[in-house]
Design a protein around this ligand. Structure first.
Ligand SMILES: Cc1cc2nc3c(=O)[nH]c(=O)nc-3n(C[C@H](O)[C@H](O)[C@H](O)COP(=O)(O)OP(=O)(O)OC[C@H]3O[C@@H](n4cnc5c(N)ncnc54)[C@H](O)[C@@H]3O)c2cc1C
Length: 299
C-alpha cells in the first residue's frame, strides 16, 4: 500500500514545529503507528511535521527524585537506561514489552502516549507512575497529568496544534507490569501496571492501572485502597490476603463503569475476565523486583 501524498517538513526546533503545526498536518515521530495508518489510508493529513530528529526533545535525565524523558526518546533507550530501571521500574518494564526490537528502536515515548492505543503499553504505566506530560503549543507551554491525558480510543487531551515535549515521572519504590499478549498483533490484550512506595515495610500510596480491557487506561481504585497499608511480606508469594483477592476479583467491575474495549480477537468480556490475573502478576512483579511478565504465546 502507498500512502496518500503529503508535504514533508523537518523543523529545526520546537517553535518552528509549532508554527508548522498551526498550518495543519500531523506530527511524525517514530512513525510506527502513523506510517501504518497512512499506508492503510486511514488518514490523509496532507502535511507531516517530522520532530523525530529534534535533539532538544530526546534524552533521559534520571535522578533519585524522578526521571524526565524527552518525547522523541525511544523505548529501547528507556529499557537501556539504568536510571529509568532503578527510579521508575514500571515504565522500564512496560517499554520492554512494546512490539519487537525494530519497533522499540524507532517508536517514541511521546508518540506512544499521543497515539493513546487502548492496547498500548506506556499509557497504563504512565498512569500508574503518576506521570506528567509537558506540552508546547501556539499559546505556550502547559502540563497535563496522566490522569487527565487519556480520553478514549486514540483520543487524548492534546490539541491538534500541540506537541508533547517531555514526560516527567516521580521515582517509586516498587513497580511492576504484566500483560497478556494479543496472539495476532503482539499488543497487550490486557495489561496492568502497579506502583507503590514502602513505608515501615508496608505499602504506601499504591497506584494501580489497567489497560487493554478499556478504551483508555484507568486506575483501579478498589484494588489500590485494599493494597494500601498491607505489609509487603503479605504480598510476597504464597497467595494474597483474602481481602486483596476479593478486590482483584472485583477489578472487572471497575472496567464496566468505564469504556470496556474489545475487538474481533478478544471480546471486552474476555479481557475483563483476564484482568484480575494480570493485576495480581503486576503486584507480584513489583514486590519481587523483576518488574515485568507476559502471558500467552510469544511471537
Ligand atoms: C509491528 C508493530 C508492533 C507494535 N506493538 C506495540 C506494542 O506491543 N505495544 C505498544 O504500546 N505499541 C506497539 N506498537 C506501536 C508503537 O509503539 C508506536 O511506536 C507508537 O504507537 C507511536 O509512537 P511513534 O513514535 O512511532 O509515533 P508516530 O507513529 O510517529 O505517531 C503516532 C501518533 O502520535 C502523534 N505524535 C507523535 N509524536 C508526538 C508528539 N511529540 N507530540 C504530539 N503528537 C505526537 C502523531 O501525530 C500520531 O498521531 C507497534 C507498532 C508496530 C508497527
Amino acid at each position: 500500500m502507498y500512502p496518500p501524498e503529503f508535504d514533508y517538513y523537518r523543523p529545526g526546533d520546537v517553535s518552528e514545529a509549532i508554527d508548522l503545526l498551526s498550518g495543519g498536518g500531523r506530527v511524525l515521530s517514530g512513525g510506527q503507528s502513523l506510517l501504518t495508518e497512512l499506508k492503510a489510508r486511514q488518514t490523509d493529513p496532507g502535511r507531516l511535521i517530522d520532530v523525530g530528529r529534534l535533539e532538544s526533545l530526546s534524552g533521559i535525565d534520571a535522578g533519585s527524585e524522578g526521571v524526565r524523558i524527552g518525547a522523541t526518546t525511544t523505548y529501547a533507550e528507556c529499557v537501556d537506561s539504568a536510571g529509568v530501571r532503578e527510579a521508575i521500574p514500571v515504565f522500564a518494564a512496560a517499554a520492554e514489552h512494546v512490539g519487537d526490537p525494530q519497533v522499540r528502536n524507532r517508536g517514541t515515548v511521546g508518540g506512544n502516549l499521543a497515539q493513546a492505543d487502548p492496547e498500548g503499553d506506556l499509557p497504563p504505566a504512565a498512569l500508574a507512575a503518576d506521570a506528567t506530560v509537558h506540552v508546547a503549543g501556539p499559546d505556550g507551554e502547559r502540563t497535563i497529568p496522566a490522569d487527565d491525558l487519556f480520553e478514549g480510543e486514540n483520543r487524548t487531551a492534546l490539541e491538534s496544534e500541540e506537541l508533547v515535549t517531555e514526560l516527567v515521572l516521580p521515582a517509586h519504590d516498587a513497580g511492576g507490569y504484566a500483560r497478556r499478549i494479543h496472539p495476532a498483533s503482539g499488543y497487550a490484550m490486557v495489561s496492568a501496571a502497579v506502583v507503590f512506595d514502602v513505608e515501615s515495610e508496608a505499602v504506601a500510596g499504591a497506584r494501580v492501572a489497567a489497560g487493554g480491557a478499556v478504551e483508555r487506561p484507568i486506575r483501579l481504585a478498589g484494588v489500590e485502597k485494599t493494597i494500601e497499608g498491607t505489609p509487603v511480606a503479605d504480598l510476597a508469594g504464597n497467595g494474597f490476603p483474602t481481602e486483596i483477592g476479593n478486590a482483584l476479583d472485583r477489578a472487572g467491575d471497575e472496567v464496566d463503569d468505564e469504556l470496556p474495549y474489545g475487538d474481533r480477537h478478544a471480546s471486552a468480556s474476555h479481557r475483563r475476565e483476564l484482568l484480575p490475573a494480570y493485576v495480581e502478576r503486576a503486584i507480584e512483579n513489583a514486590i519481587d523486583g523483576t518488574g515485568s511478565a507476559e502471558g500467552g504465546e510469544s511471537r
